[in-house]
Design a protein around this ligand. Structure first.
Ligand code: ADE
Length: 226
């Protein structure tokens, strides 16, 4: 059993789920005047919905998660709180996933009070029904057990985070600092239950070395930040 359950999502699945989502929106006879993608995860699904629903008006809003230093709690905020006038328009807010629901709730509130559309509806490719504080109006996939969905647009970012987490946790647990490339790949598979193309591990290790998390010495990786 992996320590962190991960599912690799393919580009084909993204197209299938976005298609299914578009159909459910159409079947409800809902035609938005504008689609708003929550950056960054909602941008590809939102763009596909524009295509599949024939919507030309596209906006983006960025929700950012940050961890308060003193507390372990995560807070979401709108990164660039600009204002546009959407009065009289029906807005569809789109994200890749509704997990806790915090991003969607925040974006909806911000858009309603600052952009003032006639109506706001929410759509996501996936909805984790067991943990989410809200249910989107439209979704393609209901997820019952929490999994980290490794979407194709964050492969490198996620692999970098995953390797960092694995190396620092193992360093703290057992004091291990020295790793070969193949040990990292093997442990990655054990920890996360998935494998990615070689270039992602290599590039992630380069990024971690650049940040000073690890150091590369004659084909061995040394964990610097434990
Ligand atoms: N973003 C927030 N929750 C997520 C999850 N479970 N999988 C992928 N991306 C996410």
């Amino acid at each position: 059993m992996p320590r962190v359950p991960v599912k690799l999502v393919t580009w084909d699945e993204i197209v299938e789920w976005s298609w299914k989502l578009a159909k459910s929106i159409e079947e409800a006879n809902y035609i938005p005047d504008v689609i708003i993608g929550i950056a960054r995860g909602g941008l590809v699904p939102a763009r596909l919905l524009c295509d599949f629903l024939g919507v030309e008006n596209f906006l983006s809003i960025q929700s950012q998660h940050w961890t308060e230093a003193a507390k372990a709690s995560e807070k979401a905020l709108i990164k660039f709180p600009y204002t546009v006038d959407l009065s009289g328009m029906r807005a569809l807010v789109v994200d890749d996933i509704v997990d806790t629901g915090d991003s969607m709730i925040l974006a909806k509130r911000f858009i309603e009070s600052n952009w003032r559309p006639k109506e706001v509806k929410l759509a996501a490719l996936q909805w984790i029904s067991s943990v989410a504080k809200i249910k989107p109006d439209f979704y393609a996939i209901e997820v019952r057990e929490w999994v980290w969905f490794q979407y194709p647009w964050t492969r490198l970012e996620d692999v970098t985070q995953f390797i960092k987490r694995m190396l620092t946790e193992l360093c703290r647990e057992s004091g291990r600092r020295e790793w070969s490339y193949s040990d990292i790949v093997t442990s990655f598979r054990e920890w996360y239950g998935v494998e990615v193309e070689d270039r992602y591990y290599r590039e992630a290790l380069r990024a971690l070395a650049k940040k000073g998390v690890i150091e590369s010495r004659d084909g061995t990786y040394i964990v610097k930040q434990c």
